[in-house]
Design a binder for this molecule. Sequence first.
Ligand code: ADP
Ligand code: DP6
Ligand code: CO
Length: 324
Amino acid sequence: MNPAVTARAHTNIALVKYWGKADTDLIIPQTSSLSLTLDQFYTDTTVQFDDHLTADEIRVNDHLLSATAGQKVHKFLNLVREQTQRTSFARVTSVNHVPTAAGLASSASAFAALAGAASRAAGLNLDRTALSRLARRGSGSATRSIFGGFVEWQAGHDDASSFAKPLEEDVNWPIAMVALVLDAHRKKISSRQGMQTSVTTSPYYSAWKDVVAHDLVAIKPAILARDFITTGEILEANAMRMHALTLSSQPPYSYFNGDTLAAMQTVQQLRDTGIACYYTLDAGPNVKVFCQVADLPVITEHFAQQFGAQNVIVAHPGPGIQFN
Ligand code: ADP
Ligand code: DP6
Ligand code: CO
């Protein structure tokens, strides 16, 4: 019997975002990107290859996926089988401790955990660079979730050169990311579909590539120097410029809802009263607020009143992939 292997990977929030592919099959991005892995949101995935199975059997959050819904996972397992000459199908059991497909990066933790569990269950012992490259084939943002803390995905130009590297794994900087869960439903436009529309139709796409190049050069020394304000200003502007690509696409779309705009206004008001904090959001309406630990009581109280305490989740820098 082949062993069952379980891996846990945490989600990450992009501070300088990935929004577009140069190669849609290999998932080579148009630009590099940089993120912070978060301790509060993660996926646990167990994989076991079994000669008795007649198809891959994929369960997510206790639901058996249909062949269509499980297609991405099945294709991913084929990549692992190719690397090992293994032919047997696998049993995959995955639990998201993060809302699925709501812009809280479930695809990042999901495919990072799957890369770890599936490769080990198939008998491969990949180092973290190889795991990062493998995770990338499932979802671009998963490339970064192999590592903890601040992580850069270096775009590269082919399968061998496109992987993530930690900028700083053990973050002893008293910062937090307050996640506001404003709508946990599945988004209508997946990240995959949304970014492709932006690449092919937004007239601002080439300007976006310049923005990312500039922001990456600026944010890395700001992080390493613990320059909270510069880091915050860059991540907030970068998020808004990414979302400008959605509004400028044809057809135009947006991941914002009314609460998203209200939360952004609250951040602005807090800043006006002297509390430094900055917003960012990925492909979904749920805002994350970058702040300093000392300001957490005031900030969380504000948002708890506005959106309900159960929708305010305080996250800190989280670890890289773990096995047990
Ligand atoms: P998100 O903002 O949550 O990352 P995406 O549109 O990028 O949203 O990705 C959502 C997709 O990721 C889901 O539709 C599903 O295909 C995949 N996914 C999410 N969680 C899991 C999981 N635990 N196992 C396998 N696939 C998953
Ligand atoms: C806005 O990694 O979810 O969160 O590669 O198609 O699976 P696929 O997309 P995904 O896109 C993430 C987009 C983002 C920004 C980021 O995480 O860098
Ligand atoms: Co995603």
